[in-house]
Ligand binder design. Structure first.
Ligand code: EPU
Length: 335
């Protein structure tokens, strides 16, 4: 097994936060993955799981063993118009979206250009443009860290919610996701209800045309992590009660809000931050992106402490004005 020592993870997270892993391994098979967990247990090394690094806030030092699954195969199984896609955890999500869209398959085309690996996608139930991973996910294969046992969870068992799943709760740090099964279809099913997606997509579109429109929209608003370090949305869109919405609407009639049923509604965190006049602000190495207030960017030379300072400042300003506390969207990794 190729365990590396003192590995610099600053280029393995899209925020480019400085981080050194005491040990690092990227197993390419289930048996190599199991062997890594066995060794960690025998040596008493704490294990940290890492995917594409696009939704994590890393500390400066990670003791123990960082494990990044490199299960990079995917394949299709077609039966009576229904297509199941088996995807290894290490496959790049955006590449999978573009490849299945190019095959004429519907289901995940709205999720184009989301950075990260397929194994990380269920953890926060990635979502964009009116579609969530949960809509097409059939099952998730996991390996238990302590026993090395491999088993499957149905989509229902994953307890998906808005940017939430069992992998953030009960199963956090207990299992590693090794494979996904997605249920895609050749029957046209464009979902163009979000924002100006319909207006910008050709009539009778192909999945590839929708994916390309989504890419164009995202490129206008969201910075490319290759050019300007970021982790996508930095805060979740807050869920509030209908009474809170009604109260806020009296003062801010144009406030975007999205009823969720059950007496609750989601607010747009980007709008709240924008209203506080914080779009484009900068504090040292970090700033609020100039085209999308929900994205914090790293200009270089900063660390997690500096990032948390600006994040807290933003959350305080929003709370003081709207009495709503923003929560972090990326995962805070603790050693
Ligand atoms: N808005 C502003 N100013 C801003 C940003 C947004 O006024 O600076 C307003 C917009 O005009 C719109 C509303 O806020 O009325 C919502 O904005 P947008 O459609 O851009 O989406 P979002 O709520 O900011 C969410 C997801 C994104 C996803 C988009 C599109 C979360 C936390 N974010 O953003 O996901 O791409 O919808 O579906 O749910 C991610 O999770 O990393 C991510 C990028």
């Amino acid at each position: 097994m190729n365990i590396l020592s003192n590995v610099d993870l600053s280029t393995a997270n899209t925020l480019r936060l400085p981080c050194q892993a005491e040990r690092y391994v990227a197993p390419g098979t289930l048996s190599a993955l199991r062997a890594a967990f066995v060794q960690a247990r025998q040596q008493g090394w704490p294990v940290t799981l890492l995917g594409g690094g696009s939704n994590v806030l890393l500390p400066e030092r990670l003791p123990g063993l960082v494990v990044r699954p490199a299960l990079n195969q995917w394949w299709l199984a077609e039966h009576q118009g229904q297509v199941l896609v088996y995807v290894g955890a290490g496959v790049n999500w955006h590449r999978l979206v573009m490849a299945t869209a190019a095959h004429g398959l519907w289901g995940i085309e709205n999720l184009a250009l989301i950075p990260g690996s397929c194994g990380a996608a269920p953890v926060q139930n990635i979502g964009a443009y009116g579609v969530e991973l949960a809509d097409t996910l059939q099952a998730v294969q996991v390996m238990e860290l302590t026993s090395g046992r491999v088993y499957w969870l149905s989509a229902e068992a994953c307890a998906f919610g808005y940017r939430d799943s069992i992998f953030k709760g009960e199963l956090a740090s207990r299992v590693v996701i090794t494979q996904l099964v997605l249920r895609l279809s050749r029957t046209p099913a464009p979902r163009l209800g979000y924002g100006d997606l319909a207006a910008r997509t050709p009539s009778a579109p192909t999945p590839l045309a929708v994916a390309e429109t989504v890419c164009a929209i995202r490129r206008e608003k969201l910075p490319d992590p290759q050019e300007l370090a970021n982790a996508g949305s930095f805060f979740k869109n807050p869920l509030v009660t209908d009474e809170q919405v009604a109260q806020l609407l009296r003062q801010y009639p144009a406030m975007p809000h999205f009823p969720q049923g059950g007496g609750r509604a989601k607010l747009a965190a980007g709008w709240l931050i924008d209203q506080c006049g914080l779009k484009g602000m900068r504090d040292g190495a970090f700033g609020v992106h100039q085209h999308q207030a929900l994205v914090l960017v790293h200009f270089g030379g900063g660390d997690r402490k500096g990032l948390m300072r600006i994040a807290n400042y933003i959350a305080d300003r929003v709370e003081a004005r709207f009495a709503v506390r923003l929560e972090l969207e990326p995962r805070l990794i603790t050693p």
